[in-house]
Design a protein around this ligand. Structure first.
Ligand code: AMP
Length: 551
């Protein structure tokens, strides 16, 4: 096949550079607001590729990033894949042990680190899991104080040519990688080939995806370490749109300020982010009227949120997806025949997870492996397939056997499908908790709690929470004669040693016995039913106990 006919990412940047050379890219970093255009961006992408070349990065090597949403991170997005290397975005909010495992498993050759995340990385770097990393590059113009042997990004690319002889990369070449923690075992690596990312970009750009145009101003709040910020830096480039990167841990005031000052038209994030912005708007005089569309995903969008944005003439688009899907799978657009329905009926549909995007297929199987009826009542596990959906995990044959079936991905989401084809998630097959858009493993917490001398049995479930969607609560059976008063703090101390603050349960509740299934396994169903009363836990989560990116 002649070169240049494969489905790859580089033509998206080529087009933006040629057709929209003076379109802006704006970035909030720890050093202030930076702005430049696609022409300069493309020059710097080439400089970065040359610098990586000189470091010895070759086709197939993994380039790790440990960064917030900012322009330097965005430069790695096109440089690494376009030279045939693989961009591996790492979630800095994970427990340290998970980060060590991920860096080791991926064998990252170079690691780009946000200056604000250096302290989090310093202790981990001493461990052998980081031995593959040849170079640490700090995303800044100067190296901050650190014990690590690092180079500043600007120094790393300085003096390098602004042209690069881009190779004809195959569409099957891995271009990206992201680990998913939405799993009961160790995080699982998902590799994105050039073709998957190309397909995802095109699926997203259709009118039934997340359409954008060259007069849009696109601000992904969803972190760039979460499946490439839902692919938005790629789609916005393909569309020639202005891009705004909100930087490290943006708070509602930062977001409102950027929306107003930069005229943001499309933004995206988990529900917790928008609850924060809605609250901020109540008490402050802010103008968010430039917004046309707010994409809400990662967890279910509440009905009240849809209505709040409707009242301001801003469209909330509810989207569902997974790391394994690069990630967008469905978007709750209104079908044209529902345009004439009453408002309540329309919102009923818009709060569902929505319509599969063009390019993908799905089926829903009940416990007997039979396809369910599309009646909005029957439910089963959702399976998906398509060119942007992975067909395997990285080096995890045992997980492949469990999660893939004849080329279909088993999502673990239990859904209904209504006669119009709208998917609605009604349950989750896996034992995990999603708080503020980040996964918490209940199994890991349970095992850690059961290591406490005074705990006979423990189980952890997710309970609904208004701000964080779900929070973990521990249920503990004390050993006979134990000092019950000392157990909750003892348990928390134990967990604090290993896990970030936002993993700690909101409460430790004593029970006489953990309910069991017929085969003696913990049955959480009963506890879940008993504790779905969110009022019981309202307000118990301290504000600083949650994933940092949502603050
Ligand atoms: P992740 O791989 O971390 O992106 O998580 C994917 C999982 O998040 C899905 O399988 C769902 O369980 C959940 N999820 C994603 N989007 C939504 C949504 N809009 N509503 C409810 N759950 C969602």
């Amino acid at each position: 096949m002649p070169g240049g006919t494969d489905l790859t990412l580089r033509p998206f940047l080529w087009r933006a550079e040629k057709l929209y050379s003076d379109q802006e890219i704006v970035s909030r970093t720890s050093e202030g607001i930076t702005r430049y255009d696609y022409a300069e961006y493309a020059d710097r992408v080439a400089q970065l590729a040359n610098a990586l070349d000189e470091l010895g990065i070759e086709e197939g090597d993994r380039v790790g990033t440990f960064c917030w949403n900012q322009h330097l991170h965005f430069e790695t997005y096109f440089a690494a894949p376009s030279m045939g290397a693989q961009l591996h975005t790492i979630n800095p909010l994970l427990p340290a042990e998970h980060i060590r495992y991920i860096v080791d498993n991926a064998e990252d050759k170079v690691l780009f680190v946000d200056p604000s995340l250096l302290p989090a990385l310093e202790p981990a770097v001493q461990s052998p899991e980081f031995d593959h990393v040849k170079q640490f590059v700090v995303m800044a113009s100067e190296v901050p104080e650190t014990d690590l042997d690092v180079v500043a990004y600007e120094e790393f690319i300085a003096g390098h040519d602004t042209e690069y002889d881009w190779p004809d990369v195959s569409e099957d070449q891995p271009a990206g990688m992201c680990y998913t923690s939405g799993t009961t075992g160790r995080p699982k690596g998902v590799e994105y080939t050039q073709k998957m990312l190309w397909a995802h970009t095109m699926e997203s750009l259709t009118p039934q995806g997340i359409p954008m145009a060259d007069d849009d101003v696109v601000m992904p709040v969803v972190p760039m370490f979460h499946v490439n910020a839902w692919g938005m830096p790629f789609t916005a480039t393909a569309a020639g749109a202005k891009q705004v990167f909100p930087g490290p841990s943006p708070d509602p005031a930062d977001l409102a300020g950027l929306i107003e000052e930069e005229g943001v038209t499309i933004t995206a994030g988990v529900p917790t982010v928008w609850l924060g912005l809605m609250d901020y708007c109540k008490n402050n005089d802010v103008d968010i009227s430039s917004l046309d569309t707010v994409i809400v995903g990662g967890s279910a969008a509440p009905r009240s949120m849809v209505e709040w944005f409707d009242d301001r003439d801003i469209e909330l688009l509810h989207a569902w997806g997974m790391t394994e899907m690069a990630p967008i799978g469905s978007v709750a657009h209104l079908k044209s025949d529902l345009e004439s329905a009453d408002y309540e009926t329309q919102v009923d549909h818009r709060v569902k997870q929505g319509l599969i995007v063009p390019g993908l297929e799905f089926k829903v199987l009940d416990d007997d492996g039979e396809e369910i009826a599309w009646d909005g009542e029957e439910f089963g596990e959702l399976l998906v397939r398509g060119p942007s959906v992975t067909t395997e995990y990285f080096e995890r044959p045992e997980a492949n056997e469990e999660d893939f079936e004849d080329g279909w991905l088993r999502t673990g989401d239990v859904v209904t499908v209504d006669p119009e084809g709208y998917l609605k998630i009604v349950d989750r097959a896996k034992d995990v908790i999603k708080s503020g858009g980040e996964w918490i493993s209940s199994v890991e917490l349970e095992n850690a709690i059961m290591a406490h001398d005074d705990v006979a049995e423990a189980t952890v479930i997710g309970v609904p929470h208004e701000k964080w969607q779900e929070r973990p609560v521990a249920f503990v059976v004390p050993v006979e004669g134990a000092d019950r008063d000392a157990i909750p703090e003892g348990v928390m101390d134990l967990l604090r040693e290993e896990y970030p603050k936002w993993w700690l349960p909101d409460d430790v509740v004593f029970i006489d016995e953990v309910p069991k299934t017929a085969t003696g396994k913990f049955s959480k169903k009963d506890l879940r039913e008993q504790y779905t009363d969110m009022e019981a836990f309202e307000g118990k989560t301290p504000d600083d106990a949650a994933p940092e990116q949502d603050d």
